[in-house]
Every structure is written in C-alpha cells, then in structure tokens.
Design a protein around this ligand. Structure first.
Ligand SMILES: Nc1ncnc2c1ncn2[C@@H]1O[C@H](COP(=O)(O)OP(=O)(O)O)[C@@H](O)[C@H]1O
Ligand SMILES: Cc1ncc(COP(=O)(O)O)c(N)n1
Length: 288
C-alpha cells in the first residue's frame, strides 16, 4: 500500500461514485467541530460524506451553551439506513452524548458490519468535552464508551484529557506517551493514536501510534496558533477518509497527520473566542 498522499485524496471522477464515509457525531452550530468539520474534511479528501446525527449543540467560538441529544433509536436508524442502501467505506464516531446512544450505535454498527469484526473500519474519537471544558458526554456514559465501544474500534484517537478519563493516567511529558498508549490498547481497540496537542510545553507535537507491538511516532512542529477548535475531528475525519479509500491504518494515520498539520497552519480567527483549524485547506488551494 502506498503512502503517496495523492492515492488518498484524488479529485472525484465526474459521474463515478466516490468512496463513502459516515460520521456518527453531534452538530456544532458554529461550524468548527462535529459533523460540520467532518463533512468539510470528507469533501476536501474527495469522499462522499454521510451523517448519523447524535445531538444538536448550541455552540460558538466561546463554548457550548446547551445541547439536545436525539433519541437513540433515531441515531441507530440513520446508521442502518445509509449502510443498507448506500454502503459505508469507513465510519467515525465523535460526540455520542449518552450511554443509551452509545449502546444503540454499537448495535447498529454490528448489524451493518461496521467495526472490528465487520468489514468496515471504525475510528472512535472518544469525545468527552469541548475544548472549553463543556461536557459533551454524560458522566455515566464513560463506562459504555470504554468497555463496549473501544473493543470494536479499529482505531481510537484520545487526547490527553481523554487518556486520563479512560485510564486514570496523567500524561505530562512525551516520555509518558508509550505507557498511555499501552493502557488504552488494553481496553481493546486494534490501534491507538495518542494525540499530543495538549503537551503545550513541548516544542514539537509528536503523536504516538500503537498497535499492541509497534510504537510509531508521528512528528510535527508545534505551531503557536490559538485557533485549534475542531482539530481532533479534522484529524479523525481525514484518517477515516483514507480508510474509506482502503488505505492500511498506518498509512491512513500518516496521511491524517499531514492533513492536520496543514489544517492547523491555515487555522483562522472566528468570533470572539477560539477559531477553527481549516478542515478544508485543500479545497481553498484548488484552482478554478
Ligand atoms: N499547536 C499545534 N501545532 C501543531 N499541531 C497541533 C497543535 N495542536 C494540536 N495539534 C495536532 O492536532 C491534532 C489534535 O490534537 P489535540 O489538540 O491533542 O486533540 P483534540 O483536538 O482532540 O483536543 C493532533 O494531531 C495534534 O498533534
Ligand atoms: C459537536 C461537537 N463535537 C465535538 C467537539 C469537540 O471539539 P473541540 O475539542 O475542538 O471543542 C465539539 N466542540 N462539538
């Protein structure tokens, strides 16, 4: 399998059906994270994006004021509907809001061959809170996410706050990332990508990939830019896009790291708070 970026992101061939990807996530009314970031990333990666909406948040650059979770059976029905008719090349989860939604998602994924034992890769971004600290997951839902969803994940992509919630480990330096990756891998996913964005004292941003035997460092410069809203979603969505193009997990993650570095470099101010990474930087660079 090639690691050539063009193999994962070619423009769609007119009239031909592009690869398909499904995001199971919440709506960010400010357009920086959630399904909005996922769809922009899928578009820029030449993938047909589909959505199973879990919740509607009232959100802007300053934080999340409120949210309404959708009925679990409606979330499951969206997944089953698109899987049965259109087909899902790869799927990702983001904000899942409640234990009941997590259980419904797991059932619908199993019925649709999505997840570890099915044919379709599943990326789990274990979203627990917004970058401003607003909760996006009920307290009693963490156990369902950890004990039921992680074991069916092809890849799980925790940030350091999520590592602490899932394992109790407090990572404060790059040297502690391996221990964290091992502890998350114990929870059952095939691959673990620990995101190092929160190690703000580190002059580099070195994420760590682990498959249970190999540690693979994904180096990158730390950019001094405050606008990183939606960074985790954009990374996971670009990885999902590459998986939808049948990339191997290691190649998909390498592609995702290149994608997020450009998205952070092109991040822009928006509103009075924190702006988003540029999920669609590739589109803005296309000549017309
Ligand atoms: N300032 C930065 N410069 C470069 N890359 C960054 C920066 N902040 C985050 N990233 C990258 O963005 C991705 C998301 O990281 P992180 O902020 O840890 O997760 P989350 O957005 O889920 O909190 C990771 O690949 C990380 O390395
Ligand atoms: C609907 C939704 N999903 C995910 C996030 C996490 O993104 P961030 O950590 O950048 O706030 C969010 N804020 N809103």
């Amino acid at each position: 399998m090639t690691t050539d970026e063009s193999a994962f992101t070619g423009l769609p061939v007119p009239g031909a059906t592009p690869p398909t990807a499904l995001t199971i996530a919440g709506s960010d009314s400010g357009g920086g994270a959630g399904i909005q970031a996922d769809l922009k990333t899928f578009l820029a990666c030449g993938v047909h994006g589909m959505t199973a909406l879990t919740a509607v948040t009232v959100q802007n650059s300053r934080g999340v004021a409120d949210f309404l979770a959708l009925p679990p059976e409606l979330v499951a029905a969206q997944i089953r509907s698109v899987a049965a008719d259109i087909g899902v090349g790869a799927a990702k989860t983001g904000m899942l809001a409640s234990a009941e939604i997590i259980e419904a998602v797991i059932d619908a994924c199993a019925a649709s061959s999505i997840g570890r034992d099915g044919r379709t890769p599943l990326v789990v971004d274990p979203v627990a809170a917004s970058m401003h600290g607003d909760s996006l997951l009920a307290r009693d839902a963490l156990a369902a996410l950890r004990d039921q969803l992680l074991p069916i994940a092809t890849l799980v992509t925790p940030n350091l706050d999520e590592v602490r919630l899932l394992t109790g480990l407090d990572v404060t330096s790059r040297s502690e990332l391996r221990k964290a990756a091992e502890a998350v891998h114990e929870l059952g996913p095939s691959w673990v990508l620990i995101k190092a964005g929160h190690l703000t004292e580190d002059p580099e941003c070195v994420d760590l990939l682990f498959d249970g035997s190999r540690f693979i460092e994904l180096p990158g410069p730390r950019m001094r830019i405050p606008h990183t809203h939606g960074g985790g979603d954009t990374l996971a969505a670009s990885i999902t896009s590459a998986l939808a193009r049948q990339a191997q997990p290691i190649d998909a993650v390498r592609f995702g790291k290149r994608y997020i570095m450009r998205a952070v470099a092109d991040a822009y101010p928006l509103g009075a708070g924190v702006g988003p990474v540029s999920a669609f930087w590739r589109v803005s660079e296309q000549p017309i």
